[in-house]
Design a protein around this ligand. Structure first.
Ligand code: KG4
Ligand code: ZN
Length: 340
């Protein structure tokens, strides 16, 4: 079954064609980074306008790269949320139009479930049940996944998302936008043990996360040691040491809670997904720790971790196969907790 996936939840306009939820025929992403960079973050109104401009060309590119026509598409999957409502509505509107005109099924996708299903686009795929950690710019969610379309939320962040913490720390240090990928690269030259930043594990029995205390600790460190940014040559600890130490604190907590969740549920497999899952330190450390514990880890290729439409198309295939279909009164949902 040939599915067209559409993703416009934030600042990437994406369209993809995926066959039978497994085979990526095309996966196009038009990034808006250059538009939002000068503001240091995504400006919702600008994002929506750019989606309107880009969505049809991006879909056409996805079809031509897949060497198929719209007539061969058998279903349309679109991200319904969570995300920016104005941005989501652009994708939803186009998806509805295609489904209506071509008389093919429309299926709404939860962006976070889409991230998890990116793992099924790889050669080696997990089997149910498994534990999945979705770490993105807006979410840090830990799931117990028993089947397609059956995700149980075990824990989530109580304040900042992991990606948000990366972006805020990068902004504080004037490193540029978006911060995660910059901190990842810079930290390779730094010492992750240079500064012992706090790890918020919270109550013993919770799988929730908290990253605002860590962010504040970085802010305080920079306030107390202004030379690290202003006169780095006069400081014994470099900015790379600082970012590596911050990154290590994030990675430690993410890994520890994920392993604990897998052990509590008695599952042998872990899926890591979402934009922050493209972080090289997190990928390497999770693989190491999991190997030591006899757990198997599935992490999609970096380009399938950051926002894309192939994951949406894959998710759409499995949902359609299970009888989920959306009607034309489908609306956008901004917050994950408002999903049914
Ligand atoms: O999943 P995603 O592409 O979009 C959302 O759904 O939010 O995730 C974007 C987030 C951003 O916060 C970005 O800084 C972070 O993922 N990110 C990274 C890396 N690449 C992207 N964080 C750490 N290391 C990376 N290599
Ligand atoms: Zn995402």
């Amino acid at each position: 079954m040939m599915i067209l996936g559409i993703e416009t939840s934030c600042d990437e306009t994406a369209a993809a064609v995926v066959e039978d939820g497994r085979k990526i025929l095309s996966n196009m992403v038009a990034s808006q980074i250059s538009i939002h960079r000068k503001y240091g973050g995504v400006v919702p109104e600008l994002a929506s306008r750019k989606h309107v401009e880009s969505i049809v060309p991006v879909i056409n590119e996805a079809l031509s790269k897949a060497r198929i026509t719209m007539d061969e598409i058998e279903g349309v999957a679109v991200t319904r949320g969570p995300g920016l409502v104005g941005s989501l509505l652009v994708g939803i509107c186009v998806a509805k139009s295609i489904a209506y005109v071509k008389k093919i099924p429309l299926v709404a996708i939860n962006h976070l479930e889409g991230h998890v299903l990116a793992a099924f686009l790889e050669k080696e795929i997990p089997s149910f049940p498994f534990v999945a950690l979705v770490v993105s710019g807006g979410h840090t969610n830990l799931y117990y996944v028993s089947d397609f379309a059956a995700l149980e939320l075990m824990g989530q962040t109580r304040d900042d998302a992991a990606g948000e913490a990366f972006d805020k720390v990068a902004k504080l240090l004037h490193l540029g936008y978006p911060g995660g990928v910059i901190i990842d690269a810079l930290s390779k030259e730094g010492n992750p043990n240079a500064i012992n930043f706090p790890r918020a594990y919270m109550e013993k029995d919770t799988f929730d996360f908290s990253f605002s205390g860590l962010k504040t600790a970085v802010v305080n460190y920079v306030k107390q040691n202004p030379n690290i940014v202003e006169h780095p040559e006069s400081h014994t600890i470099s900015v790379a040491d600082l970012t590596a130490s911050f990154q290590e604190a994030v990675v430690d907590v993410l890994i520890s809670k994920t392993i604990k969740a897998a052990e509590e549920k008695g599952v042998g497999q872990i899926v890591l997904a979402g934009g922050v899952a493209s972080n090289s330190r997190l990928r390497a450390r999770l693989k190491d720790v999991a190997r030591d514990r006899g757990l198997k880890v599935y992490i999609p290729a970096p380009e399938l971790c950051t926002d894309n439409a192939a994951m949406v198309a894959a998710c759409g295939y499995y949902r359609l196969k299970r009888g989920f279909q959306s009607s034309f009164d489908l609306d956008a949902i901004s917050r994950n907790r408002d999903f049914d």
